[in-house]
Write a protein that binds this ligand. Structure first.
Ligand code: FMN
Length: 200
C-alpha cells in the first residue's frame, strides 16, 4: 500500500452533486460497494442496516424529487436532467435486527456510508449523502413495509463538477459555496481548532 493512500482517498472523497448521467454504474460495482458497508464496525455487532439499490431510470425519476439538495445553495434546486445521479443506495434500518439504542444505529450508518463512499471514490465514482428526504414518501414510493425504516440515501454517479477544500477561519462560515466557474468550495475547520485540552 502506498504511503499516503488512506490520506489521499479520504481527501478525495468529497460530496459531489452533479454527475455524468450517461455513465451508468454496473450492478456488480454497486454490490461491491455495499459489501464494503457490510464489513464496517457495528455496535453490539447487531448489523441492523440493510440496503436497497435503485438503478432503473423510472425508479430514479421517482426518487429524485423526494430529495433535498445542498441547503446552503439556495438558488440551486439540484442537479438538472443530464447531470442527475445514476444510482441510489437507500440505507435502511431493519427494526427486527436492532437491539440497542437508536444512536448506535446512526454510528453504524456513518461507518457504513463512509466505507461505501471511500470505495466509490477509489473507482472514480462519487456521491452525496442525502438526509433531507421524506422518509414516508420514499417508503411509499418503494412500497416498504413497517419492518424497514429509511435512514439515508446515497446518490451516486461519475462526477461532473469540481470540488475543492478550503481552510476555515476559527469559527468562520461553515457554508459551502460555488464560484463563478461552478467550482464547489467546502470549508473545513483547521486541526488546531478541533483539539481540546483537559478542562476546556
Ligand atoms: C449525515 C449527512 C447528511 C447529509 N445530507 C445532505 C442532504 O440532505 N443534501 C445534500 O445536498 N447534502 C447532504 N450532506 C452532504 C454535506 O452537505 C457534505 O458532507 C458537507 O457539505 C461537507 O462536504 P464533504 O462531504 O465534501 O466534506 C449530508 C452529509 C451528511 C454527513
Amino acid at each position: 500500500m502506498g504511503k499516503n493512500m488512506i490520506q489521499d482517498i479520504i481527501r478525495k472523497t468529497r460530496t459531489v452533486r452533479k454527475f455524468q448521467e450517461e455513465m451508468k454504474i454496473s450492478q456488480e460495482t454497486l454490490l461491491g460497494l455495499i459489501d464494503l458497508a457490510r464489513l464496517g464496525g457495528s455496535a453490539r455487532n447487531c448489523q441492523p442496516l440493510c440496503y436497497m439499490l435503485i438503478t432503473d431510470s423510472e425508479q430514479c425519476e421517482k426518487i429524485f424529487p423526494l430529495l433535498g439538495w445542498a441547503g446552503y445553495l439556495s438558488d440551486w434546486p439540484g442537479p438538472e436532467p443530464g447531470e442527475r445521479p445514476v444510482a441510489y443506495i437507500l440505507c435502511l434500518l431493519d427494526t427486527k435486527r436492532c437491539k440497542g439504542p437508536e444512536n448506535e444505529v446512526y454510528i453504524d450508518l456513518g461507518i457504513a456510508s463512509q466505507n461505501i463512499l471511500l470505495g466509490a471514490a477509489e473507482r472514480g465514482i462519487f456521491g452525496c449523502r442525502i438526509g433531507a428526504f421524506s422518509k414516508d414518501a420514499v417508503g411509499r414510493s418503494l412500497a416498504l413495509g413497517n419492518r424497514y425504516k429509511p435512514l439515508l440515501v446515497l446518490a451516486l454517479g461519475y462526477p461532473a463538477e469540481e470540488v475543492v477544500l478550503e481552510k476555515m477561519e476559527q469559527d468562520g462560515d461553515i457554508r459551502y459555496w460555488r464560484d463563478a466557474d461552478s467550482v464547489h468550495h467546502v470549508p473545513k475547520r483547521q486541526l488546531s481548532d478541533i483539539i481540546l485540552e483537559p478542562g476546556s
